[in-house]
Design a protein. Structure first.
Lengths: 569, 236
């Protein structure tokens, strides 16, 4: 892109300020948490483009089976499987995780805690390096003999463990290695987040003065560290099954394929909350600022988030009700799964109650945050149909499940990320985004998103089963109504992808022409808004001191409706 | 609700539809609509107006905090009610195994369903078994056990009109049951990804009256005899 100019600029500045910082040190191998955050952010966004393109290709196949898809061609069954598998894996492991946890975590934690960097900057550096390696490893899996892995992102053996079944001898192993590397990267990042939050808070900042988004990212990191171990072990066992002939998951030789499902979902379900929590935190920051309100019951909300984390360890087998586990187990997991609706409902109530009595302005970041609440509610309530064992017998592995988790993951990974990005863009780049373009982007995206997944709830209720390239071979599923709904979903989805060009244009234009942001354009309280925009290396000349909690908005008796954390009484 | 669009063709289907309907009314029509309505009402009511500052509410006082205690308490009650209704249905469909009148074997493999029906003697694994690919013939109002096996990878046997689904696992025989209540021909799906041909595993379940079923069985038996007598000729 602008490598040449950046090199020249960086070199010039380096001479002026710190002669020891070369271009490579400053932009490529930097240990600055903000640079690492940007690397995670833009890598994650690039992966989102790839994951989005994959979904475009297979959605076209769903709506127009057998037709040639523009920019792709005919979608073969093998390609279809590879596309859906990697769409899922990319969107969760290479988009939601790097953007929500790594990018926002790296950017915000030191700035919101009032310190100059992470406690382990080099470990942080290594974390991104390994993450990038995992991306390259994943890419390489598409180009080996047999092509990329196509056994779904859940990688269930024996399909995933034997080449004669999956027909992707190289792809299936490389896929697992890529996922395992990604986990290693996030373990390093997580250690950093937790340690930094424990040790590097600004003087005066007590636990109850920490902004919600830092709490949620740290809790998500703890949750990730607690749940990922079994899956890493499982991944190594599966790689051994594939390559050196062990039989951990091979029923013909004493193994058990169900074991993998337990290891996978013991991680896989907490993972939902690993990405949900940062998004909840981002939304909390935004709605308090734009309703000029204190977060309702902030302390309780922290404990609710912790309770959600604990409960999330106990629900995994609701993915396996009909998988051949002892049916008596389903009763236990129905209870735990339905119970988790209580803390999640509390969290939603905290947000809705925060709006009560507010003075709400509908800026672009606020629209995204509110859009998160409006859409995530539907994702949440539809989960009850699936957590209840009896109704799950019918809904399991239908498009109802798919629509449900897209109504949770899309608000989390896409809406939540846009909320955070548009909110902190002025801090990250020193300029404001264009509001009109931002609002066009928001309204078209959220409408097209609903147009994509609401029809898929219906096709699921009427029996559409998952991961089928062409439903018309099933007489019951080849009806004008179902075909129409599939086509409607695809058209909406294409519109949703196309409108992202408005976003890209807005970012590029605003970076050059946007209004200068100043330190605190939103009149927010938290510490990152006291640093320059963008903050320099080291963040502050004099590190801030904290005198109060993060949400003291509209305090009676003050002339201004905000009260930054670092302003003495 | 679902039955309007997709026949409920087994004794369990209606019960599962009932659970779905209860959840729909409690969770979607009540909770979801209530939450969204409150949310949008607050957005409208508390939008920024000149000269009206936001109120300072901490939510930490007991009188305020009850909103996030009492309401989730009601959510919990609804959860308990759903669990209470669901337990017996799950028990009946998946945990209990009422005595069978007939037993069939269902075999999943890459990429077809094949079925072993007991022949006229009514018993599996005898010489008169009838083996088919892609067509499962059953008799209406008869309680069936199925023995579900897989030859290679995971598959999942699904009959949407029965609201029935069960994964097949290589190395294991999973026994379940169903009792058809309506005659007709319906879809059997594979709902667990099983490789490149996962989309090519449609099969059909043919639910017949006792007379039709007997006629089908006789026809198959006749076919077998014809084949057997033709075999030496083919050998020449």
């Amino acid at each position: 892109m602008a490598t040449q100019t950046m090199t020249a600029g960086a070199a010039g500045e380096a001479h002026a300020a710190h002669a020891e910082q070369t271009f490579w040190q400053r932009y490529v191998f930097s240990t600055d948490h903000k640079t690492i955050a940007m690397q995670y952010l833009f890598t994650g966004m690039a992966m989102a483009v790839l994951g989005g393109f994959f979904s475009y290709v297979f959605r076209m196949q769903m709506a127009y089976p057998g037709a040639e898809v523009p920019f792709w061609g005919i979608v073969t069954p093998a390609a279809y499987n590879t596309l859906i598998t990697n769409h899922g894996a990319i969107m969760i492991f290479w988009v939601a995780m790097p953007v929500l946890i790594a990018a926002f975590g790296n950017y915000l934690i030191p700035l919101m805690l009032g310190c100059d960097d992470m406690v382990f900057p080099r470990l942080n550096r290594l974390s991104y390096q390994i993450f990038l390696l995992s991306v390259l490893v994943l890419f390489s899996s598409f180009f080996v003999k047999g092509g990329g892995f196509g056994g779904a992102w859940t990688v269930y053996p024996p399909l995933s463990s034997k080449a004669e079944y999956n027909l992707t001898p190289g792809g299936s192993t490389i896929f697992l290695i890529a996922v395992a590397l990604e986990f290693v990267a996030f373990l390093m990042g997580g250690i950093n987040f937790i340690t930094t939050a424990m040790n590097s808070r600004a003087p005066g900042m007590k636990m109850y003065d920490i902004p919600m988004v830092v709490w949620t990212i740290v809790l998500a990191s703890i949750l990730f560290m607690g749940s990922v171990g079994p899956l890493v072990a499982g991944a190594v066992m599966l790689i051994f099954d594939q390559t050196i002939g062990t039989a951990f998951f091979d029923p013909n030789r004493g193994g058990d394929p169900i074991l993998w499902q337990h290891l996978f979902w013991f991680f896989g379900h907490p993972e939902v909350y690993v990405v949900l929590l940062p998004a909840l935190g981002i939304v909390a920051e935004i709605i308090t600022v734009f309703s000029r309100k204190k977060l309702f019951a902030y302390r309780t909300a922290i404990y609710v988030a912790i309770a959600t984390c604990v409960l999330s360890f106990t629900v995994w087998a609701h993915h396996q009700f009909i998988a051949g586990i002892d049916p008596r187990m389903a009763n236990i997991f129905t209870v735990t799964t339905l119970l988790i609706s209580v803390p999640v409902a509390q969290m939603m109530l905290v947000y809705i109650a925060t709006l009560y009595g507010g003075s709400i302005t509908f800026t672009t970041p606020m629209l995204w945050a509110l859009g998160f609440i409006a859409t995530f509610l539907l994702g949440g309530v539809t989960g009850i149909f699936l957590g209840t064992a009896g109704s799950d017998i019918y809904f399991h592995d239908t498009y109802f499940v798919l629509a449900h988790f897209h109504y949770t993951f899309y608000p989390i990974a896409i809406i939540g990320s846009f909320a955070g990005f548009t909110f902190w863009f002025p801090k990250m780049f020193g300029r404001m985004l264009n509001e009109t373009l931002g609002k066009i982007h928001f309204w078209v995206t959220i409408t097209a998103f609903s147009g994509t997944f609401l029809p898929l709830f219906v096709t699921g209720i009427l029996g559409d089963n998952r991961r089928i390239p062409d439903h018309r071979i099933y007489p019951e599923l080849d009806t004008p109504m179902l075909n129409g709904l599939r086509e409607f979903a695809t058209i909406s989805m294409v519109i949703m992808l196309l409108v992202q060009f408005v976003f890209v244009f807005n970012v590029v234009w605003s970076l050059r022409r946007g209004k200068k942001a100043g330190k605190n354009p939103w009149k927010a309280n938290t510490l990152e808004w006291t640093a320059d925009s963008p903050p320099p290396h080291g963040n502050w000349k004099d590190l801030p001191r904290v005198y109060r909690g993060p949400y003291e908005y509209s305090v009676p008796g003050r002339s201004e409706d905000y009260w930054p954390q670092d302003v003495p009484n | 609700m679902i039955a309007k669009y997709l026949v409920a063709a087994s004794t369990s289907a209606g019960k599962i539809d009932f659970i779905i309907e209860v959840i729909f009314w409690v969770v979607i029509v009540f909770w979801f609509v209530l939450a969204e309505a409150t949310f949008f009402w607050f957005l409208l009511r508390f939008r920024k107006r000149d000269g009206v500052p936001a109120r300072y509410i901490t939510g930490e006082k007991a009188s305020e905090r009850r909103w996030i205690v009492v309401v989730p308490g009601l959510v919990l009650l609804c959860d308990l009610a759903i669990m209470g209704l669901d337990g017996p249905v799950w028990y009946e469909v998946k945990q209990s195994l009422p005595a069978a009148q007939q037993t069939v074997r269902i075999v999943g493999q890459q990429w077809a369903w094949s079925f072993v029906h007991p022949g006229p003697d009514g018993r599996l694994d005898t010489a008169d078994d009838i083996k088919t690919v892609d067509d499962l013939h059953v008799q209406v109002n008869t309680r069936y056990h199925f023995k579900l096996v897989s030859r290679d990878v995971l598959h999942s046997f699904s009959v949407p009109v029965f609201r029935l689904k069960q994964d097949a696992i290589p190395g294991r025989v999973i026994t379940g049951w169903f009792e058809p209540t309506t005659t007709g021909t319906f879809d059997i799906q594979c709902v667990e990804i099983c490789g490149v041909g996962h989309g090519l595993m449609p099969a059909r379940i043919i639910i017949e009256t006792p007379e039709q079923h007997a006629a089908w069985m006789t026809g198959r038996a006749a076919g077998r005899i014809a084949l057997a007598s033709a075999a030496p000729l083919a050998g020449d």
